[in-house]
Design a protein. Structure first.
Lengths: 222, 222, 222, 222
């Protein structure tokens, strides 16, 4: 994944069930190719393989379990993600929190397999802690930016800048994504200006009446 | 899914990562078609969509989470399974145990969506309890048949027959699969004779040097 | 525990932290003794031993883990509950849901040790399923009675009666407690009239300005 | 808790059920008083309150849940631990692993309440990550010292020293306990020499025929 990047988490929204998920993946691919920007998509777990075969932009998993291949019915190994054509994965998303020992296992296993890793975190202390497991990226959700109408452009700019600096202080190899408070191109531009190297968002694109328009607006900020 | 059925759980074995999983799915499909027997496959989570598009035999999910579509990153909804082309799912596999309220939710949601359900259980009491959530199938693993070299043909025949009878007593609509102690065609024949309407197995096929031979042997028991 | 019984779950309310929990336990004991009614208390986990030593009414645990004694730091075994002076336990409370195989393990282990068991359940199917694990009691929370101002006296009487009958049909040895919709003596009387053999409640007593008054009102319904 | 300290985790061993747990607590107290050494005990969850009332040495909880007081049946809040007389808690024990966001919550909540915290960790990366949540102590279990007959005295001394140094580098306020490889007084002495400020052990004392003798041997290393 190149930076700056726009990462779109499909979650498990009705809007991406079945063929609709493949369509949204192709919309993302078209814009990424035409506009020469990095868009990474994170489809539903059961669609990972089919979408990875359908597009040539990076496809990430929403999760990997901290287990080795074997007798692990219902789990998703990093090996399975790679085999299905995924090139990376979210880890420790707020809707799929993991134990710290498991984050460490998953990040290391992905590194061995050549999968990229975005570890999500909920505040400054956890972001710093997670950066020590050596992921490629930390996606931060500063509590001040969660919910409501606060965006990175309207918020105190120190919030994002301080988080970026704190993580870089602990582990300069880790890149930071802004995982909250991004809704349009201005927000993207501001997030990048404040030191983030990309953004992670979901409903703003997936639940949009016209995802293409939202995406075009978002990339205008790069 | 028609009965008698042979259900093959791919688990997360190295032997089914990526293209190898699609190959095994096609081997199963070929035999099912040529021999006119019911073979159901249960691929890795991230391969579900791509395999469902590759074969025309029933493809089941290894698991569904007891959640509605929405903000549930990393989870798998019944809606996603159906959208990806799955026609059913395992529920409460011994490697992915669920809470009873969640089993109840998942079975009912699948029924609404027209997905078939195989609830796995570990002993007689749990089998009977689970049968009251009205799944299509209960896959029983009588403790006496787990591990070692005991198979349904060498074991006390009462073990399977009693389980089948106990479940039928509680809920006659539920069909029973034999989820342990089945390795070859003789075991399949014995399981069916004792009242099971199919078998669920994994490593015996998936890790076999020649899965086709094992499958041909298994279906000889039908 | 004798029936009819009033079971008071202390949960983890601020109102029962430390000495305050012991005080509430003694209030319950005084009323139980003076009025000759069965009141069972369910204190915070860490207070179980000290409260069991302080009162002579039945003291239940809020939970037991489905594990054997041994290397299980942070867990609570049935053996520990018994050793601390507990005489029973809640199992599968809505705030501590358990896997069905674990409910089965916990109920059986408690039976072996002579501990009484109240398995909580959220609807008719789950209640019926849980009754097959042979607990002493099922505490039902009919969805129609959860939250709001609906009580067993104002609700359609069939709701509770049907649940009681359904459980008795499946397993006549199981007694039923009414776990929702009970706030005062009239509700207790109605619950008993409809076939319940006791009630389970929490905040109505624990968060009351004067728990003694609430308890006196409740027992007036017996 | 003063350092150097010997922390004894009672786990859920049969040897500490009921009165036997109180006896072991008193043995620890007697030695701590007579020999003027710091011994911290970590009894079973349900015995915390009663043991805290029985002895005057520090009593820690085996676990706290990352929840606020309220409707959390079966959970253990930091408030409950403090109310019961506990003065600290283990967090993230290998038998009770927690999510990183929850470790962060629990450590901060304990700090607010004046409870001491020992966060357990399984390797160097996780130890470093956890140290950023600002616990009082990290109890490290270097993989090289787990199981078998390897102790800190027979192992490569760099293993413990490197861990201590790495944690001190990240957060100099955090003290380190040696959580594996300690069986006797020589091991204690070696652990302290290598930079640890205490040891955490369990079965070596709890399952001993004569715990007093083992404890006397251990404190000879201080």
């Amino acid at each position: 994944m190149k930076t700056p990047a726009i990462v779109i988490n499909f979650k498990t929204y009705q809007q991406v069930v079945g063929e609709k998920g493949i369509e949204l993946a192709k919309i993302c691919e078209n814009i990424a190719k035409k506009e020469d920007v990095e868009i990474v998509i994170v489809p539903q777990m059961v669609d990972l393989g089919v979408i990875a075969k359908s597009v040539s932009i990076p496809v990430f998993s929403q999760h990997v379990d901290a287990v080795e291949p074997g007798s692990k019915t219902g789990h998703t190994t990093a090996e399975a993600v790679k085999g299905a054509g995924g090139t990376g994965t979210l880890i420790n998303h707020s809707e799929m929190r993991m134990r710290i020992a498991d984050i460490d296992f998953a990040v290391e296993k992905c590194r061995e397999l050549g999968l990229e890793t975005i570890v999500c975190s909920n505040n400054l202390e956890v972001s710093k802690a997670c950066s020590l497991t050596n992921p490629g990226y930390i996606a931060v959700e500063p509590p001040e930016l969660i919910g409501g109408d606060v965006s990175v452009t309207t918020a105190n700019p120190e919030i994002v800048r301080n988080t970026v600096n704190a993580i870089k202080n602990i582990n300069p190899n880790v890149k930071v994504l802004c995982g909250a408070g991004v809704k349009n191109g201005k927000d993207v531009a501001k997030a990048l200006e404040l030191g983030a190297e990309g953004v992670l968002l979901a409903s703003g694109v997936v639940k949009a009446k016209n995802p293409k328009d939202v995406l075009m607006d978002l990339i205008s900020g790069i």
